[in-house]
Design a protein around this ligand. Sequence first.
Ligand code: ZN
Length: 136
Amino acid sequence: MDHHSGDCGLIGVWRGILWLDMALALPVALLVFKSGWTVLRENLPWLVDEMAIDPEVIHRQVMQVPGVINCHSIASRGLLGRQIFIDMHLVVKPTTVEAAHTITEAVEERLETLYGPARISIHIEPHTYESEQITY
Ligand SMILES: [Zn+2]
């Protein structure tokens, strides 16, 4: 009988230590998880699909390319200086495919010079198709 109750006491103490361990380990685990998440967010913004560049800044740059009338639906993601993906709709003055293409190349060149390696996808719209309204 004595021996048995002694065992129970030991298990009780052992359980107490386990609970204490968990109570201490949980906040530490949360902290590690949180700081890991912060590091991940800072280094890999494309994973959380953040805007890499302010669309208004891109808009301002693109508008300076000759022949560009408007651009909208601007999105970008990636890591500045390493690899950027930019996506936009471009309204251009000329109606010939060749001239429009020359403008998109000028836009691409300008953005690549500014932001480093970039994959730019431009959706061209003729002048008449869009209103003058600027939307992001
Ligand atoms: Zn559009």
